[in-house]
Design a protein around this ligand. Structure first.
Ligand code: MV4
Length: 442
């Protein structure tokens, strides 16, 4: 729906693809054309490259927007698009492949003077080499899969005695999950903040930074709340990191939208960890504070337009925005909650945006990600954004299935959250405190 909306506003005709489970989805209803590409399971439809390409060829499309997830960071898919004379709306496959090899991405950033964490130069050939690097870097260290990302295939190592077993475990897990067990090492940052920079790049070597987002409110690597800007990033840091990233990504030949992830330590230093070569779920908070329609920007970049025609002369941050991810899941147990929606009231009003493809008679299928809506609140400052979010959460009604709305309401009551004083350990502490309260009712 997000891509469809941008196309409609630009006068571009759209073709939706859908699985048998999504026959009654809004993207099918609102696209100019819609083609069924297979059975409900994503592997049989949305991830089926020949099925997607066949639909594109039958409809004779000029371009494919891959959305986020699914095939959006699949370099092979981008290559098949290229071979089929279909424009893939995203970076070239070579760049996606480079960023998918996390250790290569790290070295590319290092070369461009983007700050990285102390760690190994390249992958660890042997356990002995891992011991040597760990002694040099100092414990705790973290082993990460070169082919990994998003938290899979990682092991935290506290001392040299633990290293042999954890090296073996990480290697085996990575080999099974990614078909490549190669590992690298970084200094482990305890309870970091997760801060990411939004980049747009055209096909003429121009790159712009659309500033940062704070994404530390997450559970098991699933983000729950994101905001922009970060209270912890000073104008000087923002400018320096942004400038360095633009230079680096010009050198790499980056194109279209991308997100560069950093960890922030207790001393408020930022360190590169990895890059996502797609538009992300949380892009609306950046849209709110910059006024840039990022999906329209993606489409115009892919059509060969230059950034200076797409972006305002001077990019500036105005106000503050927060996004709550509304998931179809139990607010305490986090188990998925598929099924028939029986009531659906979407909040609106000043400063509120809701991105959703759900509706009053909608069905949440059990096959896909549980995200059913994004609720974005904008204000002149964080205080106003919070007040609007709380008001909107109280007016967001979903019946028939369980959702995370009540969890968000509880988080917005939390003093540390309200003060902006949190890191990636926040949700674990918050949920533990909540479980404790339930054990001993007042
Ligand atoms: C780390 C780290 C601490 N130190 N790397 C997790 C997902 C992947 N993108 C990177 N991750 C981490 N890398 C070093 N050197 C802690 C995490 C991490 C984390 C990072 C971002 C957001 C949430 C997180 C939750 C747990 C661990």
């Amino acid at each position: 729906m997000r891509v469809l909306n941008a196309c409609r506003e630009l006068g571009i005709r759209t073709v939706a693809v859908y699985s048998e489970a999504d026959r009654n989805s809004l993207h099918v209803k609102f696209a100019d054309e819609a083609i069924c590409i297979g059975p409900p399971r994503a592997a049989d439809s949305y991830l089926n490259v020949p099925a997607v390409i066949s639909a594109a060829e039958i409809a004779d499309v000029d371009a494919i927007h891959p959305g986020y997830g699914l095939l959006s960071e699949n370099a092979n898919f981008a290559e098949v698009c290229r071979a089929s004379n279909i424009k893939f709306i995203g970076p070239p496959p070579e760049v996606t492949r480079l960023m998918g090899e996390k250790e290569k991405a790290r070295q590319a950033m290092k070369k461009a003077k983007v700050p990285i964490l102390p760690g190994s130069d390249g992958v660890l050939a042997t356990q002995e080499e891992a011991q040597e690097w760990a002694a040099k870097v100092g414990y705790p260290v973290i082993l990460k899969a070169k082919a990994g990302g998003g938290g899979r295939g990682m092991r935290i190592v506290r001392n040299s005695d633990e290293l042999p077993n954890l090296f073996h475990a990480a290697f085996t897990e990575a080999a099974n999950a990614f078909g490549n067990g190669e590992l690298y090492m970084e200094k482990f940052i305890v309870e970091p903040r997760h801060i990411e920079f939004q980049i747009l790049a055209d096909e003429h070597g121009n790159v712009a930074s659309l500033f940062e987002r704070e994404c530390s409110i997450q559970r098991r690597h699933q983000k729950l709340i994101e905001e922009a800007p970060s209270l912890q990033v000073t104008p000087k840091m923002r400018e320096e990191i942004g400038r360095t990233l633009c230079r680096c990504l010009t050198d790499i030949g980056y194109q279209n939208a991308g997100t560069v992830e950093f960890l922030m330590d207790a001393k408020r230093q930022l360190y590169f960890i990895e890059m996502n070569t797609r538009i992300q779920v949380e892009h609306p908070v950046t849209e709110a504070i910059t006024g840039v329609d990022m999906v329209k920007a993606q489409l115009r970049i892919a059509a060969g337009e230059k950034l200076d025609a797409i972006l305002p002369a001077k990019l500036e941050i105005r106000g503050h925005a927060i996004e709550c991810r509304i998931n179809a899941e139990h607010p305490q147990r986090f188990t998925p909650s598929a099924g028939q929606i029986t009531a659906f009231n979407v909040p609106g009003g000043n400063g509120i945006r809701v991105d959703t493809a759900q509706y009053a008679e909608g069905v949440v299928p059990p096959y896909y990600d549980s995200l059913i809506a994004k609720l974005i609140a904008y204000g002149v400052d964080r205080t106003e954004a919070i007040a609007r979010m709380e008001r909107a959460l109280s007016q967001f009604i979903v019946r028939g299935i369980e959702t995370s709305i009540s969890l968000h309401e509880a988080i917005f009551q939390n003093a540390e959250f309200r003060a902006g004083e949190f890191d990636t350990g926040f949700m674990e502490r918050f949920l533990a405190a909540r479980a404790e309260e339930e054990k001993q009712p007042a």
